[in-house]
Design a protein around this ligand. Structure first.
Ligand SMILES: [Zn+2]
Length: 77
């Protein structure tokens, strides 16, 4: 897939998505490119909906993945 516009790995963001008990500050570890997110991205491209990158979030720099499949709209730098 081509890289959609999105936040770069390493930047700090605040998560305010559907998992309310996980709300807080995180660091973007990477773009989530698992099968489910790839499929969602393909579907968005097919239906010409705005494409949204999804992210893997860590609790801090150097930490391991904590949340995956996080929608672009669910985080704010
Ligand atoms: Zn995913």
């Amino acid at each position: 897939m081509t890289a959609p516009e999105g936040y770069a790995p390493g930047i700090k963001v605040r998560y305010h998505g559907s998992l309310t008990d996980q709300h807080g500050e995180y660091v973007i570890l990477d773009v989530c490119e698992c099968g489910a997110c790839d499929e969602a991205d393909d579907w968005a491209a097919f239906t010409r909906m705005p494409r949204q990158p999804r992210y893997v979030l860590a609790t801090g720099r150097g930490e391991r993945a904590h949340l995956a499949h996080v929608r672009h709209a669910s985080v704010t730098p």
